[in-house]
Ligand binder design. Structure first.
Ligand code: CP
Length: 342
């Protein structure tokens, strides 16, 4: 046994300094390097004892949440994280009704104005190109902006909380993990794609199961290729074939990004019909376990719809989707503390 040279009590402030992402925007999960991702997770682990009780590290700092699309988890958990750190929150969850966006104020102007009030902004918006262009144009005239989901392609804080949950659930070595992302529509699975980009950064294996014609968007494929990601894609598999694939590939975690097609949209019925081949059950997970010896963890970004998968999984050790919600708070405490600085 050797005595470690840098042996010292752990300090949240030193950990945040080491992460070194103060003042940065977060649009895509691969805006963060491997080291920065690792440091975010280490900070989150240090915040875990406080995720219900809180600690006063961001007193007098203000988070603004501006959501142009509906949300429960992303908005509330960022707001919870800010309150748990002793900060304050300005929230706008219906900007097309109750903010000056309803009077045609541009997103650019809204962000520039909000930047005079708040210290950090979490923004959800349906048009990723509009947002990314405005961030570019705003330059230094804006506070840090964290994506709470842009368009169909990016939801980085969801990807981060999914990675953190995976890291806590099955251990710290991402390169030993195989994750299957299964949905009929990979083209609109922004949470699954953000998780995939983060996993690729950390060297995990990714298995996609989707549908011909609804493949992973090119912007994500380019990023996966740039990261030398180890990923394979399968299309149009039946549920039985998917179970076999999970067992044969030694999948550790099954990620279900859920239905991205809103109620009333023409594609929704088609999506739900295709979901029949993605209806993973407790019995199916048992068959996989007999074949591969693995208790596969089931993750889902939520909200979920009846018919997406067997809700009896809730009462089994496979369930990770509600645990993701718990881990989202220390993870987002880590993100806010690191982007604002202490
Ligand atoms: N997972 C997720 O983004 O949920 P919300 O839409 O409720 O924020």
């Amino acid at each position: 046994m050797a005595l470690s040279r840098d042996f010292a009590p752990r300090s949240i402030i030193e950990q945040v300094e080491r992460t070194g992402i103060k003042g940065r925007h977060l649009s895509f999960i691969d805006d963060l390097s491997t080291d920065e991702l690792g440091d975010l997770f280490l900070t989150a682990e240090m915040f875990e004892p406080y995720w219900k009780t809180g600690l006063e590290l961001l007193r007098h700092r203000i988070l603004c949440t501006l959501f142009f699309q509906p949300s429960t988890r992303t908005r509330f958990s960022h707001e919870t994280a800010m309150y748990r750190l002793g900060g304050n929150v300005l929230t706008e969850s219906n900007p097309m009704i109750s903010s000056s966006a309803a009077k045609n104020e541009s997103l650019y102007d809204s962000i520039r104005v909000i930047s005079q009030y708040a210290d950090v902004l979490v923004l959800r918006h349906p048009d990723e190109e509009r947002v990314l262009e405005d961030i570019e144009r705003l330059g230094s005239d804006t506070i840090p902006i964290i994506s709470g989901g842009y368009g169909n392609v990016t939801h980085p804080t969801q990807g981060l909380l999914d990675m953190y949950t995976a890291w806590r659930a099955i251990g710290g070595d991402f390169s030993a993990m195989t994750v299957m992302i299964a949905t009929p529509d990979l083209s609109r699975a922004r949470s699954g794609q953000s998780f995939a980009l983060g996993l690729a950064r950390m060297g995990a294996r990714i298995v996609y199961s989707g549908t011909t014609g609804l493949r992973t968007p090119d912007v994500i494929r380019t990023k996966l290729d740039a990261a030398n990601a180890d990923y394979q894609e399968y299309n149009d598999l039946t549920i039985v074939e998917q179970e076999q694939l999970i067992a044969d590939e030694g999948v550790d975690l099954l990620y279900l990004p859920g239905c991205s097609v809103k109620k009333g949209d023409p594609g929704r019925d088609d999506f739900m019909r295709k979901m029949e081949e993605y209806y993973f059950t407790v019995d199916g997970l048992r068959r996989i376990e007999q074949r591969s010896g693995k208790t596969v963890g089931v993750m889902h970004s939520l909200p979920r719809n009846e018919g997406e998968f067997d809700f009896a999984i809730d009462q089994t050790p496979h369930e990770l989707y509600f645990k993701q919600i718990s881990f989202s708070v220390p993870l987002r405490m880590s993100l806010l503390a690191n982007i604002l600085g202490l």
